[in-house]
Design a protein around this ligand. Structure first.
Ligand SMILES: CSC[C@H]1O[C@H](OP(=O)(O)O)[C@H](O)[C@@H]1O
Length: 377
C-alpha cells in the first residue's frame, strides 16, 4: 500500500545488501514512520516478540525471512551441522508468539524445503531465500483476493441500502500492516472503496496495545477512507442503534471447524453482533487455518503477554513518545492477548478461494485437499 504516495510492503529484502531484511517498525506508528534493518535470526525473533512486526500474516513472513537470516549465519562446515543450527533457529522463531499459526506454518514450510532438497549449503540458503519470498508474495496475493471476495458482501449491503453509507466495524489491526500487503479485514474495504462504494469504518481502539487506534486508524487515514475510532466497549451500543451494518475481523488461527482465535475482545463483538442480527465475517488467508484442531476454545493456545502492556498506556505527549502508568503501582493485571469466537457466531469466512460457512463442511468444501486428514471427533 502507499505511504505518502510511496508503495511499501511491510517486510522486504534490502536491495543493496542481501544479508539485511527491512521492516516497518510498528511500535512507532502512527507518530513516526521508522524502517528497521535486521541481519540475524535473533534480531528477527526479538522483532516478533516485541511486536516491531505483528499480525498473523506478517509474523509468518517475518519468520520466513528469519529462517533465511538463520541460513546465512548457520554453521557451514557440514550439511548436518547446518541443519542442526537451522532446527535451533526454527525452534527459537516458533517460540516467539504461540497463537498465530502462520508463524509455525512458515518455519515448517522452509524446514521441509531444505530437508527435501539442496545438495549443498549454498543450495539450501537459496531455497530459504526463495521460500521466504514465496511466502511473502503469496500472502500479498491471497490478501488481494480476499479483498475481491469480501467486497461483494459490502457491495450487497450497499445495494440493499440504496447506496447509503455502509458502516463496518473492525477490531484490532488486520490491515496491510498485519500482513505483507492489503490486509485481510481491511482488504474488502479497500476494494469496495476503490469501486466507489460509500463506506465508513468503526475502529475499535483495541486495548492494551491499541492496534486499532494507532495502526488501523493510520492505515485508513493514509488511504483516505472515512473512519471513526471508538473505545472497545462502544460497539454493542452502536449495533443496538443501527449504526453498524457489518463486522469484519481478522484471525490468528482458525480451526477447520470454523472457530476463530483473534485479538482479545473479538468474541464480545461477535456476541453483540449476533444479538443484533448483524453479519460477523472473519477474513483470513489459508495459512491461518489450523487443520489439526477441532475445538478452538479448548485447544488453541492463548498468548499471555507482559502485564506492563496493561499497566501502562503509550502515546505522544509534547511530541515525545511516552508511556504513562494508569493502574496503581505494581497492580496485579492479566494480559490475555487473544480469545476464541466459536464458529456458531461467525457468519462466514472470507478466504483467498472465496467465502464459506464457518463449519467443517464449509472449510473442507473450499479446501478439499484436507479432506481425510483432519482429526475426527
Ligand atoms: C489476523 S492478523 C491481525 C491480527 O493481529 C492481531 O494480533 P497482534 O497485533 O497481537 O499480532 C490481531 O489478532 C489482529 O486481528
Amino acid at each position: 500500500m502507499n505511504v505518502a504516495g510511496i508503495p511499501y510492503r511491510t517486510i522486504w529484502l534490502d536491495q543493496e545488501d542481501a544479508g539485511v531484511v527491512k521492516i516497518i517498525d510498528q511500535r512507532y506508528l502512527p507518530h513516526r514512520f521508522i524502517v528497521e534493518s535486521l541481519s540475524t535470526p535473533d534480531q528477527m525473533a526479538r522483532a516478533i516478540t516485541d511486536m516491531h512486526v505483528r499480525g498473523a500474516g506478517l509474523i509468518g513472513a517475518a519468520a520466513g525471512f528469519g529462517m533465511y537470516l538463520a541460513s546465512l549465519t548457520a554453521d557451514r562446515s557440514s550439511l548436518d551441522s547446518f541443519m542442526v543450527d537451522m532446527a535451533r533457529s526454527a525452534e527459537m522463531l516458533i517460540a516467539t508468539r504461540p497463537t498465530a499459526v502462520n508463524l509455525s506454518w512458515a518455519v515448517q514450510r522452509i524446514l521441509d524445503g531444505i530437508s527435501a532438497s539442496g545438495a549443498s549449503v549454498e543450495d539450501k540458503i537459496a531455497i530459504c531465500l526463495d521460500s521466504a519470498h514465496a511466502i511473502a508474495d503469496e500472502d500479498a496475493d491471497f490478501c488481494r483476493r480476499i479483498g475481491r471476495h469480501g467486497a461483494e458482501i459490502i457491495t450487497g449491503i450497499s445495494n440493499s441500502k440504496a447506496g447509503a453509507t455502509v458502516n463496518i466495524l473492525t477490531h484490532c489491526n488486520a490491515g496491510w500492516l498485519a500482513f505483507v500487503d492489503y490486509g485481510t479485514a481491511t482488504s474488502p474495504i479497500y476494494t469496495a472503496f476503490g469501486q466507489g462504494i460509500d463506506v465508513h469504518v468503526w475502529v475499535d481502539e483495541t486495548r492494551p496495545r491499541n492496534q486499532g487506534a494507532s495502526l488501523t486508524a493510520w492505515e485508513l487515514q493514509q488511504q483516505g477512507i472515512p473512519y471513526t475510532v471508538i473505545v472497545d466497549n462502544a460497539g454493542g451500543h452502536l449495533m443496538q442503534h443501527g449504526m453498524v451494518d457489518l463486522v469484519i475481523t481478522g484471525s490468528d488461527r482458525t480451526t477447520f471447524t470454523g472457530d476463530v482465535a483473534n485479538k482479545i475482545g473479538t468474541y464480545l463483538k461477535a456476541l453483540a453482533a449476533r444479538d443484533n442480527g448483524i453479519p460477523f465475517y472473519v477474513a483470513l488467508p489459508s495459512s491461518t487455518f489450523d487443520w489439526t484442531v477441532r475445538d478452538g476454545v479448548r485447544d488453541i493456545p492463548i498468548e499471555q503477554r507482559d502485564g506492563e502492556e496493561v499497566r501502562y498506556i503509550e502515546g505522544l505527549a509534547e511530541d515525545r513518545l511516552t508511556s504513562v502508568l494508569i493502574t496503581p503501582q505494581n497492580s496485579p493485571v492479566a494480559n490475555y492477548a487473544f480469545d476464541v469466537t466459536p464458529a456458531r457466531l461467525v457468519t462466514g469466512l472470507i478466504t483467498e478461494r472465496g467465502i464459506c460457512p464457518a463449519s467443517e463442511e464449509g472449510t473442507l468444501s473450499l479446501f478439499p485437499e484436507h479432506r481425510g486428514t483432519v482429526p475426527q471427533p
